[in-house]
Design a protein around this ligand. Structure first.
Ligand SMILES: Cc1ncc(COP(=O)(O)O)c(C=O)c1O
Length: 388
């Protein structure tokens, strides 16, 4: 059976080897603890589930979704209110907001909406692996822009070769950043807008962790930078702030031209989001924002716990203030995969190797704080015992 070339270009999944080991260890009776995946374990707040149930009982909602290609106007209006309240950003629900089946979907549709075969698309390295896959599936050419600790894990636009910039038509950025946890400042966003404008590069600012920031860090939308709406879109999501990863609900906001183009892709791809999920989303955005503070208190506590263990085993660093990930330098002289494997063999604890996020992820591992407290405690106790 022929499989399309576009799929064979997508690099193999780097966790595969580890997965095999995990399966074997489990079969041998090892109590495996995974700190590798970013998926909140606390349940979705009850009022959101109740709103889903209430609206799912209405037969009107059993039909194709309202405003299929854009999302329900009521949902888009609530997104506009949320953006105003959370980031001071004004959005027109008619042409600057689009409902998405999660922000991951938006990454893919952004490429289909904007990129022609052979266009270069800039993406940060390390970075969320779905960007590369989306670029390749859309016929684009990914270009890795390194983000390094000495620059606060922010790209340095001046360092991108000018022939690459000339061919670039799009760029993926994501701050608060998966995997590094880095956050941006307003002056950086201004620079990004100027860079995009000067070079006709459409920005896809993937912002599903916009709410997941620790004390002292400002919550920022790309669209709070003057001129941002002219050069790009921001993707956001209810997955992380409202513990709704399984529900698949997000939004694209920003440039009306890009929103219309992405909407055209969606119109010809899916038939929208189940109305009841959108009603539940309205409930989340309207009434469940206190859940975010509750979750941040939990992540703060867990983060402190992990930092205590790292200190005990001699890994000292000053982590940035975003996301529920910790991007941790490996012990001196040890590669990411080597440390990941050693950690697993000695403790049964699974972490993500930095190299899963790109070549510049070498020398790091990523730990996710989305595990129950008792499992995290057990994982840290094992690590201390094995490495202290
Ligand atoms: C950077 C980044 N973008 C997008 C997503 C996907 O989020 P969603 O659940 O909204 O599709 C994730 C999920 O982990 C992510 O880390």
């Amino acid at each position: 059976m022929q499989i399309a070339d576009r799929l064979t270009k997508i690099p193999p999944y780097l966790f595969m080897e580890l997965r095999k080991k995990i399966a074997k260890a489990k079969a041998d009776g090892v109590d495996v603890i995974s700190l590798a995946i970013g998926d909140p374990v606390e349940p979705t707040p009850t009022s959101i589930i109740e709103e889903l149930y209430r609206t799912a009982c209405n037969p009107e909602n059993h039909r194709y979704p309202t405003d299929e290609e854009k999302g329900m106007l009521a949902f888009r209006k609530e997104v506009a209110v949320w953006y105003k309240n959370r980031y001071g950003v004004t959005l027109d629900p008619e042409n600057e907001i689009l409902g998405l089946i999660g922000s991951k979907e938006g990454c893919h549709h952004f490429i289909l909406a904007r990129i022609n075969p052979g266009d270069v698309v800039l993406m940060t390295d390390p970075g969320y692996p779905a960007y590369r896959a989306s670029i390749l599936m859309g016929g684009g050419i990914p270009y890795n822009v390194p983000i390094r600790p000495e620059n606060g894990y922010l790209p340095v636009f001046e360092d991108i070769p000018s022939d690459v910039v000339k061919k670039a038509r799009g760029m993926f950025l994501n701050y608060p950043n998966n995997p590094t946890g880095a956050c941006v400042t307003r002056p950086f966003l201004d620079k990004l807008v100027a860079f995009a404008k000067a070079n006709d590069i459409a920005v896809c600012y993937d912002n599903p962790y916009s709410e997941v920031v620790f004390a002292g860090q400002e919550r920022l939308s790309f669209l709070s930078a003057p001129g941002a709406k002219e050069v790009g879109v921001e993707l956001n999501s209810l997955s992380k702030p409202y513990n709704m990863t399984g529900w698949r609900l997000g939004m694209a906001v920003g440039s009306p031209e890009l929103i219309a183009a992405i909407s055209k892709v969606k119109e010809n791809t899916d038939s929208g989001i189940f109305n009841a999920i959108q009603f539940a989303g309205i409930q989340a955005l309207k009434n469940e924002t206190p859940n975010i503070e509750k979750m941040m208190a939990i992540y703060t506590r867990r983060r402190e716990r992990v930092l205590k263990t790292l200190d005990k085993i001699g890994i000292k660093f000053n982590p940035p203030k975003g996301t529920f990930y910790l991007w941790i330098p490996t012990p001196k002289g040890m590669g990411s995969l080597e440390f990941t494997n050693q950690l697993f063999e000695k403790t049964g604890v699974v972490v993500a190797s930095g190299t899963a996020y790109g070549q510049y992820g070498e020398g790091f591992i990523r730990i996710s704080l989305t595990v129950p407290d008792n499992r995290l405690e057990e994982a840290m106790a094992r690590i201390e015992k094995a490495f202290a």
